[in-house]
Structures are given as C-alpha cells and as structure tokens.
Write a protein that binds this ligand. Structure first.
Ligand SMILES: [Zn+2]
Length: 295
C-alpha cells in the first residue's frame, strides 16, 4: 500500500508542486460487443458485422499524440486476434496493452474455470503479439463484485498484477457502491484500481467515464476530477470506448429505448469532450500511474 499515491491528508511537497497524473484507459471492443446489445446480437454474428474499431482507434491515437499522452488499452482477445497490427501499433506508440478478456462475457455469467480460461487466453494473445508482459485486466461491464469474489483469485492466478474491474457506484447493470474508491491490494500482489468517483452527500457519484461523461455537462466531469486530485490527492481512473467517438456507427435493431439512449446519446460531442479532458489534466498509462515501477 505504501507505494500507492499519497494517502489523503498527507500532501508531500512534490505532489503539491506537480499536478497529479491521472490514468487514461480505453476498453477496446466494437459497438456490437457491448453487453447491453448481447440480447440482440448473437456471438456467432460478430464475424459478419461491420468492424469499425480500427478507424476509431486511429482517431484516439491522433488525439493522444496531440497532447503527447499515453494510455492503457484494455483490449479484447477477440479483437487482438483479428487486428494484430493495430495492437502492435498501440504498443509501438508507447501505450500499455492490457486485457479485457477474450469474448466480453461478464465474469458474473461465467463459472470460475471458464473465466480463468478466458482471461488467460486474452493475456496470451496480447503477449504473443506485443512480446511484452500484460499486467492489467478489466472485467467486461465491471462484473466483479460481492457475488463473485473468486474472480480476484482467478485474476491473480492468471498472472495479472492489477485489475480495474469495479465501479463503486449504484447502477442497474454493474457497480459495487460499498467497495473502496481508490487503489487497494485486493489479493497478495494484485491491486484493484476502481474507476473514479466523487464522494458527495454520503454517496459515490460517477466521475470516471461511461454514459455519464456523454450525458452530463463536461464541467461536472472536470470539477469531479479536480476534486479527486486536489482534495483527496489521488489520481483518477478514467475510461471510454472507441465506439463512443463514432457517431455514424450502424444502429443495432431491436434494442430498447433505454439501451439506445445510453449508447447513442451525445456521440457527436465525445471527440471534443475527450480533447478538453486531455488538455485539462495530465494523463498516462495505468502501470506508470499506479504500479510505480513495480515489476
Ligand atoms: Zn467492455
């Protein structure tokens, strides 16, 4: 624990002098792999869908290059197998490759041995392509929680050093509002680094991305991250998806009104918002922000 960011209440001179560097993460999946669309698109149909992830990753790489920032890309094994050159390009540009599992099945919908096989396979695919260790894992739809604590044992057993699989908020599809809000050792040698929240009125509010970032005014996100950095002296963990920058993506037929709203709201505003976010804060890869040179 001592190697994590400065605990609240203790602000070393260096922390006051230099702005805190936050962790920027991208969950690399295509629009048809989103969990909320799973009832409408069979897995066997994935191969026949129009893939748009490569062009969206190119846009993200350009945005990051503009501000000279690096990020962590939690990539599906399914995507990495089909786009190994894209994965190599991310690594060559100085970004961290981490795992989002192979097939985007929620941890909570899998048996322990299925889950372990899925996260081992994704790690092996990414390591084969990049020739580098993959240390991070994020569960699809933040699907690790009180009901499946064995998932952390499996993540440690698969050889990961950190996980970012908990969003400590209340949400109908995910969330674990009682979980710790900041990085903590969840198993020996395994850090859990939750997505950023602000604590207000005795509740945790989302501050680390998702539909909220597109739906709510940008100023609220900026205020939240500033508060986490300045008041709590902690780095924020932020995430978004390549498809969120793609306003022209094909519409998925059959999805209900709530799912459609959450997925498509303000897609056209996303690129300018990400650009502002990149300029308003300092960003880097998860391993550089949270592992502090640990092997
Ligand atoms: Zn995902």
């Amino acid at each position: 624990m001592s190697t994590l960011a400065a605990p609240s209440g203790v602000a070393p001179a260096a922390a006051l002098a230099a702005p805190i560097v936050n962790a920027l993460t991208i969950d690399v999946e295509d629009y048809f792999q989103v969990s909320a669309f799973a009832p409408h698109i069979r897995r066997s149909e994935w191969d026949s869908m129009e893939c748009r992830v490569e062009r969206n990753i190119e846009r993200i790489l350009a945005l990051l290059a503009d501000v000279n920032a690096t990020a962590t890309f939690f990539t599906l094994g399914w995507i990495a197998e089909r786009y190994p050159q894209m994965v190599r390009r991310l690594a060559d540009a100085g970004h961290e490759l981490a795992s989002h599992g192979f097939g985007h099945q929620r941890a909570s919908a899998q048996a322990r041995n299925e889950f372990l096989a899925d996260i081992r396979l994704a790690k092996a695919i990414l390591e084969d392509i990049t020739g580098r260790d993959v240390r991070g894992y994020r569960a699809p739809s933040f699907s690790v929680g009180a009901a499946n604590p064995w998932a952390f044992d499996a993540i440690a057993e698969a050889g990961y050093r950190y996980s970012s699989s908990i969003y400590p908020i209340r949400h109908d599809h995910y969330g674990m509002p009682g979980a710790p809000r900041f990085a903590h050792e969840v198993r020996p040698g395994l850090l859990e680094i939750p997505v950023a929240t602000v604590r207000l009125l005795r509740c945790n509010w989302p501050a680390g991305g998702g539909g909220y970032f597109r739906l709510l005014p940008y100023a609220l996100s900026r205020w939240s991250i500033r508060r986490i950095n300045a008041h709590e002296q902690q780095p924020a963990m932020f995430y978004f998806h390549p498809w969120e920058l793609d306003a022209d993506q094909p519409r998925v037929p059959g999805a209900g009104a709530k799912t459609r709203f959450r997925h498509y709201v303000n897609l056209r505003r996303m690129a300018p918002r990400v650009t502002r976010l990149l300029h308003d804060f300092r960003w880097s890869r998860v391993d550089r922000v949270f592992l502090n040179g640990r092997p």
